[in-house]
Design a protein. Sequence first.
Length: 643
Amino acid sequence: MNQTEDNNKKVNSDTIFSSIFTDFEGRFKGRLGAVIPTKIFNASENAPISARYDCRIKAGYHKDIMRLLEEGMIVAVRNFKSKTENQKKTEDRTENSSDKRFTLLVISRIWPDHYGLRGLSDSTYYPMQFEVIEQSVMDWEGDDMSTMMIQLSTIPINYDLIIHEDDGSYEFAKGFSYPIIGDEAYLLNAETIRDMYNKKILEQLQKEKEKAKNGATLDINEQNIGIIKMFENSKEKIPIFVNYDNMIRYHFGIFSFTGGGKSNLLSNLLRKILLGSSDNKIVIFDISSEYPFLLMDIFNNSAIKSKIILESPIKNSDQFYISVVKPRDYEENENVRRSLAKIYDKGIVSHFIKPQDVTPTFHIILEQLYKLREESSNRPHYISAIGEIQRKIVEFIIQNELVEKDPINERFVQLLVTHALQAMEKFKVNEKSTLFGWAASLEYLINSIQKNDSKKSDDGFTTDQIINMIDGDTRLVCLSISDPYKIKDIVINISNEILRRRKRQFKVRPYVLFVFDEAQEFVADLSNSRGIDKECSQEVETLLRQGRKYGLGGCIATQRIAYLNTSALQQLHTYFVGTLPRPYDRNVVSSTFTIDQGILEKTLEFAPGEWLLSSYIATGIENIPIFIKADNSEKVLEEFLTK
Ligand SMILES: Nc1ncnc2c1ncn2[C@@H]1O[C@H](COP(=O)(O)OP(=O)(O)O)[C@@H](O)[C@H]1O
Ligand SMILES: [Mg+2]
């Protein structure tokens, strides 16, 4: 190789490198100083990044670097699978002889080191200590690399970056390779990060969109959750995309203290799920009655069939307005009042009723008889009696041109009582038998009929009717019920029945997402709960365990992850972690999802709406946590309200 060829190659490799990496205009120069083995605890089944090694990078000091460099950024260091120049020369030129392989590391901690301060000990002469400390303040402003340096603690993310030097392309390959100690550390630039997290997802979203028959309304480039919280000082914002279908099917969790933005993030995700697909469905168990406000625009959108079920009946839009929880800033807002009134006027607001509050249908009476018949299988004369009553009922239905699903009426009850008692006599049914007891108590059915005529317009929904609603064409059902017992009872019945139906139908689509905000209410730790709390938690766990196969997903949002059902938590394949002030909560996150503690601690600095996102399946790169800033859902509402 002569001199110019060598130079050309160098120039070429430099341009490739500068298209993939950034050195902040010459300000970042670092090398891998040491690789320190660390212990890992509790590697779970879908173990994401594990800090098997703490890779220390030492970078020359520059005052801007402390501002530019952030935890969560990704560094590449050449590894032993990379071919060295000498190897290349001796080997044949195979197709990958010009590949460079790098081990990828995520920055978990950054700190500046000062040589003078390091040298100080508590026993140093006191005036000397003060002098050195005072001096150092000025030093940080300068760029004296001989007294200061920047240290980075980084963790392998178990991916390699392979750069094909002949055409400048690159790819990511799974697996850990030992990095070369002492070699240069390169920082992935914004463009590469964007590719790494989004390229695959955007392709998937495009494919989904093409498949969708009646086209989703939301444009793909509006489907991002927010932006990547990295390179914030650069002008360009990097959006972050997820595959919503995978997020639903493989369940997701949102964890942060109260006020961290869980409901805000969740409402934004739900909005995008509904607008971005044409058939995905959502059921919200809204124990704090926030979602009629948070999804106001969706409830007002006539393209999306929705329903709000409240705890008790309301008479007018004012009562609806009062029963919905609004953030403090919106409490006296006339636009909100108007918008909620519009939702009420659409007729989609109703309430929950227990089955015993409803007039029974012919079907229910017939069902009772089928049951009695099964119990009497060893008494032929009882079966004959039952058969006769069944015939009379069917006759009545046909004569009056009714169907089984219709509610019974008074005339029917009178006839039924007469015929039933006649049949008891005719077939000599024992007075102590269940069958006789049933026949003798029929008169009470009269009591369950009366209410029906008074208010026809809105007589509420039973659990069965809500289930049918979800099974029908309603895409969003919001159960704003604050009575914990009532809502848990509904959770148990709905999740159980929907799962049962899906199994029978061998159906996967449309996906249904069950949303549990304030999830500590619904998925309590099994060892510390009893009664309905326990039953509800078990039911949700079953839903999460089995639902995936049938297109049923779950979302769990809570501020106290420590008291949750851990088996349920382990089913979540995507998680958003905000600020968790209690170390114990962070420990649970760290051990359940195997996220490094150092990276988790960064969440303590988060403002509301900032999240650590990690996903096994829904982001472009498996289980690599990334810091994001979620879009503020209130902006969408604001826009909607002032339209
Ligand atoms: N993405 C965001 N951007 C800006 N502000 C946000 C964001 N998310 C939440 N907030 C602010 O934080 C407040 C609390 O959010 P909320 O979703 O109610 O929290 P949580 O449900 O965790 O208690 C909101 O009223 C909002 O002002
Ligand atoms: Mg909330």
